[in-house]
Ligand binder design. Structure first.
Ligand SMILES: *Cc1c(COP(=O)(O)O)cnc(C)c1O
Length: 394
């Protein structure tokens, strides 16, 4: 490991240079440590490394140089002391809850969370005695009102999917801490390039590295970032024992992804903003949801807590499902897929895909109409993206 790290470094430099895993061969670009275990020169050395008396790698379930490089680099970018990488974004959320919560604890979460996260809380964690209350993401009073004596975690994803509603991170952190709870932010949509929840008071950040950290739709992975005790010790101890670990190959892909994250996110934002402004001018479009537009009800909060607006743009069409499906089916360039955070622009109809398994009433309450379309804006030429959508609008 190249220990050299200058705390004065700017954000882009950290993404490119921090924690570069250089071996004795002095390769310039990181190599991959594809090995499940490490050898020792003697029984005494093995004993000392296992006891933590000597530094050294043991077994790749919990110590691998490539995984560690990704963890340390992401930690410096989020402004956290420690990071533990996981097999997926869902594994990050599961690991965090298993490591830091216990039977009988209570979670307060935003209603519009990623569907699998809601399933995890309601089915898996519920069987182990954890309960969850859901509140409107933007209603700070509702978060506080939902707190119980056993509330240990506030969990939020901001901006939300697909309507791009925001949580006030600093306000939620204050509420959490006043009640002895932790605030965890799923920072998947903005990445540390555009939002750093720990600097706003959050205790923990989780990522689906599958999205923008990779950025090209290749690997599944995740991460938990936070302080040296909770993440560096408690989450790490759970990882060592339970093993939902990231593969070194995937860690290497994400490590390389971090090198271009800052420029990619800026380009994603430029395209998304241009598309949102263009969509607002189209007569067939009833409403556009994008925090970068002055028409967004939380535009001021977005300006305060984010340094960019992200690349998820949703819009409501006149003509309901028929119009939405026609628009989607008329695309030739944009991919019809639920994934996001890719160089390639993707399009989905939330009411029949990502939010298709919830009841129509719950969907209506969440504001997800039949005419809603979500676009995760990629890095193609913006004129080509517009032309692909214009065909289905006409
Ligand atoms: C995709 C996603 C997840 C889950 O991540 P996986 O890597 O697919 O397990 C969690 N949160 C958000 C916001 C996501 O978009």
């Amino acid at each position: 490991m190249n220990e050299f790290f200058d705390p004065e470094w700017g954000f882009s430099t950290r993404g490119i240079r921090a924690a570069e895993p250089r071996t004795a061969l002095r390769e310039h670009s990181a190599s991959i440590s594809l090995t499940s275990s490490y050898v020792f020169s003697s029984a005494a050395e093995a004993a000392a490394v296992f006891q933590g008396e000597l530094p050294g790698y043991i077994y790749s379930r919990f110590t691998n140089p490539t995984v560690e490089a990704f963890e340390r680099r992401l930690a410096t970018m989020e402004g956290g002391q420690s990071c533990v990488a996981t097999a997926s974004g869902m594994a990050a959320i599961l690991t965090l809850c298993m490591a830091l919560l216990k039977q009988g604890d209570h979670i307060v979460a935003a209603r519009g969370l990623f569907g699998a996260t809601i399933n995890l809380f309601n089915t898996v964690l519920a069987r182990f005695g954890l309960s969850t209350t859901y509140v409107d993401i933007a209603d700070v009073g509702a978060w506080e009102a939902a707190i119980q004596p056993n509330t240990r975690l506030l969990f939020v994803e901001t901006p939300s999917n697909p309507l791009c509603e925001l949580a006030d991170i600093a306000a939620l952190a204050e509420i959490a801490h006043r009640h002895g709870a932790l605030l965890c932010v799923d920072n998947c949509f903005l990445t540390p390039v555009l939002q750093r929840p720990l600097e706003l008071g959050a205790d923990l950040v989780i990522h689906s590295a599958t999205k923008y950290l990779d950025g090209q739709g290749r690997c599944v992975g995740g991460a938990i970032v936070g302080d040296a005790q909770r993440v560096g010790k408690d989450v790490f101890a759970f990882m060592r024992t339970a093993g939902p670990c990231l593969s070194p190959f995937n860690a290497w892909v994400f490590l390389k992804g971090l090198e271009t994250l800052a420029v990619r996110m800026k380009a994603h934002c430029d395209n998304a903003r241009a598309l949102a402004e263009w969509l607002e001018e189209q007569p067939q479009v009833k409403r556009v949801y994008y925090p970068g537009l002055a028409s967004h009800p939380q535009h001021v909060l977005a300006q305060k807590q984010q340094s960019g607006y992200g690349a998820i743009v949703s819009f409501e069409l006149d003509g309901g499902r028929e119009a939405a499906w026609k628009l989607i089916d008329s695309t030739r360039l944009i991919s019809i897929t639920a994934n996001l955070g890719d160089t390639r622009t993707t399009i989905t109809h939330p009411a029949t895909t990502t939010h298709g398994r919830i009841t129509p009433e719950a969907r209506a309450a969440a504001g997800i109409g039949e005419g809603l379309v979500r676009v995760a804006v990629g890095l193609e030429d913006i004129e080509d993206i517009k032309a692909d959508l214009a065909r289905g609008l006409s």
